[in-house]
Design a binder for this molecule. Structure first.
Ligand SMILES: [Zn+2]
Length: 208
């Protein structure tokens, strides 16, 4: 297995490459920016991109998706409840003083329960609204790993003061979907360092 997570762009969104060393197939989660670098890395690793998976439609997570699709032909997956945010890309760019990236409607939806990822490294989609209405987490159960987007961070949770955010909802999503997972589940958040579900259940001040 090839697993690389690295921050991209001015907001340092964690982008993840997951590849299968045998089939040479890969997925990329949240190519928010620095697409040339991501594409170069895929090429260097000898990987063929099969899916571009987006945890939610904030610019720092989805901004490079269409460019990566144009370079690789891989389809873009996004939960449809974030389509309104995708359509607000110029407003999102203006909030941050960034250039507006080109976007297009996703090729596939990320509905709750859908199986995505690679044959040998499958993931289940957990719809976890609150940070945005279409926020999802990707649970790689065989790997004991979750890619949490901006729903859960080490010691914190996603902000809920932007359009589509809802504080009660994100707390409910975390308790009902994420904290149900085994303690040893590794959490790779959308920003910052990795953590464990057990550690967050015990010490995250937002989840007491
Ligand atoms: Zn976000």
């Amino acid at each position: 297995m090839i697993l690389e997570t690295f921050p991209v762009g001015p907001l340092q969104c964690n982008c993840t490459i997951l590849g299968d060393e045998e089939t040479r197939e890969a997925i990329v989660v949240d190519p928010g920016d620095e697409v040339t670098r991501i594409h170069r890395r895929l090429t260097a690793l000898g990987l063929v991109l099969k899916q571009i998976l987006i945890t939610h439609a904030h610019i720092d997570h989805v901004g490079g998706a269409l460019k990566l699709k144009s370079l690789t032909g891989a389809p873009i997956f996004l939960n449809e409840s974030d389509l309104p945010l995708l359509q607000m890309m110029s407003a999102q760019a203006a909030w941050l003083g960034l250039e507006t990236p080109a976007t297009a409607p996703p090729d596939e939806g990320l509905v709750d329960g859908r199986r995505v990822g690679l044959e040998n490294y499958p993931a289940q989609v957990l719809h976890t609204p609150g940070h945005t209405q279409g926020s999802i987490c990707l649970h790689f159960a065989p790997l004991k790993m979750i890619l949490a987007g901006d729903t859960l961070f080490a010691g914190s949770i996603g902000r809920t003061d932007l359009p589509g955010g809802n504080y009660e909802q994100i707390i409910e999503s975390i308790h009902s979907r994420l904290l149900k997972l085994p303690d040893e589940t590794k959490v790779i958040p959308g920003h910052g360092p990795a953590t464990l579900i057990g550690a967050e259940r015990r010490t995250n001040p937002f989840l007491k």
